[in-house]
Design a protein around this ligand. Structure first.
Ligand code: ARG
Length: 607
């Protein structure tokens, strides 16, 4: 476990040393036992949730009402929901997580209080053994996550940025839970755009495709190349025809064409990789071309099995309930986006042994994936039971403050992503520099570089992640860089402030302190903070179950809020409870850092 004075160590992947599941899971196990004992025939799944009225209890079990409804009228059935609740309470095994007697409220809610000692001990253990010991377990292990996936030679747009940010956070969170995650970049490197591009190069470059080998410099500015060839493609019918021929030659394995293709991909790859490196994103490229050899055999097999059929010269899979079939081969014999996705689905299940496959793209692609998933089931690639679990993680559009598609200062139809990162970082550097000057402190350029990178990139990521991904959101530098509210900047400062408190106390190694001192929260705000810290595993579970990163950002923002309420009312340094309160500060900082790590944000230790 790291200590707030030092940068944190990496995220552990081993959950075998788990020291806590979650309060909710612990309570669910207890209520499950009680339900089984009190109503053995009901086969009831425990419904346990945190209460929204802490006055009456911390968590509640809500089974009594529905259970009563189902038993009503049967012989020996309890006479009202309260009687059901009473029977559940009577059968509840004793445990040290619940303190006092459970109480009943309303028609039959069972309220319980969580033991302060239980939480204190778990927090202390977490400090000693590290937050990874609180990672929830998952009912699956091998996960394929398909994200980012820009198209070669086309603009990597804000939608791809969203996919990259959301996909990375989901991958990090699944990895934290111990999943074996394969992060795949399904790059569009095999489309018809290549015919157009290569034909354009062939016709405009001195010597055409022959002569000197094509260098990466020849395709240096892919945007320019793409735009120029697109204009010709749209305006010149004869060129269009030649471009089509070029695609066929490429797909037929023409060596000159392939050489040009691979140069273009290389140039594109360099650009993408530069962005991933800046953002600290790990992803493995496995573009559409990877699946090319698998396409024809797959289509043949699906035809043979009768899963696919001919329709107006094309080959399609009809799926009940869908107005349009999935086209797996065009009438001109070509394969497309859908064929590749069918082949990829099979490869990921059969060869990668995926238990869960997640696709992160804009919401507009949902109909495509819905159809692919159903066709996969019809083809027997996905089992009848629905295994593996397939998820499309969709997201809305990014808008400028004017409510329209965003533009940068340099204009253009969509933004160059590096410009976004640069501007965010630049603005942060300015703010930090001013702050230092105001405080009369020395300006350390290396430190400003590191801090402004962490803040600027963190701000861009966080602004995206904090929204319910299904909604469109407005991209605003002023908002995302604000010191107030739910922003990365605010949270990074909050973390740095806690680090400063711990430094000021000057008690040496906090880890050593955790081994000797206890957490003894008494003040209501201390208790609320500790309870929230203990809820971290629940936030993680929710995030990976719903695939909603905003569950995690909401949790983190609440954590910071609970810390502030505590700090306003409870003196830490120099108080009688200093040791206990320092441990609470450190636990807050450790969990904050764990959240930052899952969100791909680098923490700051100094304002
Ligand atoms: N390249 C596609 C696009 O830019 C996204 C690919 C998503 N992944 C997939 N397996 N289809 O829209």
């Amino acid at each position: 476990a790291g200590q707030t004075q030092q940068p944190p160590t990496g995220v552990a992947r081993n959950t075998s040393t788990r020291t806590m599941t979650s309060i909710k899971q612990e309570l669910s196990a207890l209520f499950k036992a009680a339900l089984q004992q009190a109503f053995p025939d009901a086969n009831e799944v425990p419904l346990v949730e945190p209460t929204n009225q802490p006055k009456f209890g911390d968590y509640q079990c809500n089974n009594a009402m529905s259970l009563f409804g189902r038993m009503k009228g049967k012989e020996g059935a309890p006479k009202n929901p309260r009687a059901v609740a009473e029977a559940i309470v009577a059968a509840l095994p004793s445990s040290d997580i619940i303190t006092g007697k459970p109480t009943l409220a309303g028609p039959g809610f069972i309220n319980v209080r969580i033991s302060t000692e239980w939480m204190s001990e778990h927090v202390r253990t977490m400090l000693i053994k590290g937050p990874q010991t609180w990672a929830p377990t998952l009912p699956y292990s091998r996960v394929v996550i398909d994200f980012s996936s820009p198209n070669v030679a086309k603009e990597m747009h804000v939608g791809h940025l969203r996919s990259t940010i959301i996909g990375d956070t989901l991958a990090r969170t699944l990895e934290f839970c111990g999943a074996d995650v394969l992060r795949l970049n399904h790059v569009g490197d095999w489309g018809t755009q290549f015919g157009m591009l290569i034909q354009h190069i062939a016709e405009t470059r001195p010597g055409g495709l022959g002569g000197d080998e094509i260098t990466t410099e020849d395709v240096g500015d892919l945007q320019v190349l793409y735009k120029a060839s697109k204009v010709r493609f749209d305006e010149d019918e004869a060129f269009k025809q030649r471009a089509r021929e070029a695609v066929k030659a490429l797909q037929g394995g023409d060596p000159q064409m392939l050489a040009a293709w691979s140069r273009i991909c290389e140039a594109s790859r360099r650009e993408f990789q530069a962005l991933y490196d800046r953002m600290g994103i790990r992803i493995q490229e496995r573009g559409e071309s990877f699946y090319n050899p698998l396409l024809k055999p797959l289509v043949d097999e699906l035809m043979e099995k009768g899963v696919a059929e001919e329709s107006e010269g094309a080959k399609v899979i009809h799926v009940e309930g869908f107005p349009n079939p999935l086209m797996i081969q065009k009438s001109d014999g070509g394969f497309g986006y859908a064929t590749t996705d069918m082949a990829a689905l099979r490869q990921r299940i059969h060869e990668e042994k995926a238990d869960r496959i997640i696709y992160v793209t804009d919401a507009g692609q949902w109909p495509h994936f819905d159809l692919v998933f159903h066709a996969g089931r019809k083809a027997g690639i996905v089992s009848e039971s629905g295994a593996p679990q397939l998820d499309h993680v969709g997201f809305g559009v990014v808008l400028g403050m004017d409510g329209k598609r965003i533009k940068t200062r340099s204009g253009g139809p969509s933004v160059r992503l590096v410009e976004l990162l640069d501007e965010a970082k630049g603005r942060c550097a300015e703010t930090i520099r001013e702050r230092r000057k105001e405080a009369g402190e020395e300006v350390d350029e290396a430190e400003i570089e590191a801090s402004s990178t962490a803040m600027g990139y963190g701000a861009v990521k966080y602004a995206d992640l904090k929204n319910n991904r299904n909604t469109n959101y407005k991209f605003s530098f002023d908002e995302m860089l604000s010191l107030q509210g739910n922003t990365a900047v605010y949270l990074l400062y909050a973390h740095a402030r806690i680090a400063a408190i711990i430094r000021k106390a000057n008690r040496g190694d906090i880890l050593e302190l955790a081994k000797t001192a206890k957490l003894e929260p008494q003040h209501e705000k201390e208790l609320a903070l500790m309870m929230h810290i203990c809820r971290f595993p629940e936030a993680v579970t929710q995030t990976v179950t719903e695939l909603m990163p905003n569950r995690l950002t909401d949790y983190l923002y609440d954590l910071s809020d609970k810390f502030n309420s505590f700090y306003v009312e409870c003196k830490v340094v120099g108080s009688e409870q200093e040791a206990s309160r320092l441990l609470l500060c450190e636990a807050t900082a450790v969990i904050m850092r764990q959240c930052f790590s899952l969100l791909g944000i680098t923490p700051l230790y100094r304002i």
